[in-house]
Ligand binder design. Sequence first.
Ligand code: SF4
Length: 336
Amino acid sequence: MINSSQEMAPLLEVNGLSVDYGIKGVSSRAIDTISFPLRAGEAVGLVGESGSGKTTTAMAIAGLLSPNARVSGGEVRYRGNRLPIDDDAAMRPHRWSETSVVFQGAMNALNPVHRVMKQIAEPCMLKLGMSRGEATARARELLELVGIPADRGAAYPHELSGGMRQRVMIAMALACRPSIIIGDEPTTALDVITQAQILKLLGELRSQLSLALILITHDLSVVAECCDRVMIMYAGRIIEDGTVADIFAKPKHPYTRLLIESIPNPANGKKMMRPIPGDPPNLSNRPTGCAFHPRCPSAMGVCATEFPGLVKFGRGRVACHLLGSLTEEDKVEVHA
Ligand code: SF4
């Protein structure tokens, strides 16, 4: 539940952030002037197909961009202070202590030659200055918190199931008591039942520890389960955002509508996922105008030539020329 003081002071502010990747001498804009707030205790889903910019957004916030990425504009503020997101060393005091990341594929993220207890205890010693004994006690506490008996901490990663490994990743992310957790497709590699258990765990921890959550996924149904707000990204831009209830009840952007329609719904006899026709754009050769126009069933002439700005609409924002019929009172330009 968000109160009015939290409304006024976001925990995190992303302001006009742009990131470019340099690949073989060619620069491609992965995210383009995106802006959004994240309030304390809020859960925001970042949704889009591969290449939409959602993971780059999250990695930029955590200061974990790859060496060939460059912050080409904008800023990220945490509790009002600008973060040095393009300086790995300067971000170290912030990362894991204030913002943690739960990566997908725990088997790749965990060290296979160390027992999981040691891997959870290590950040407690490094970041919180705990002794080995204190850090081990904290690691045992964290394992229990994520639903793993503390004695299983003696196991190596390969001795645990996929769901348990992901729980270990969550325990590691919580080790230094951060305010923000970023989940980068944290349930992608798991079966449906384990996925539901991990999402339930994240939701419980979020309310228990007053965590803000940024959940990255290509799956809108995951967002419906555990987020307050959702941002839809396409070709590096936010093209629609709003509360989960508003977006699912009345999506405004054609891409959002197609994403929702693509979700299987056995209750309606829709058993199979219905993919969106066409492919996401090549970011080094982005379509002119609205980047979605080559795939959009509602495209008009203007869509191929003019970029639709992101405008405030009700409790959310939308970037689509179809909103041209709105009254001027309804429209507030957010950024170009
Ligand atoms: Fe479709 Fe045009 Fe809206 Fe883009 S701006 S989503 S092409 S209607």
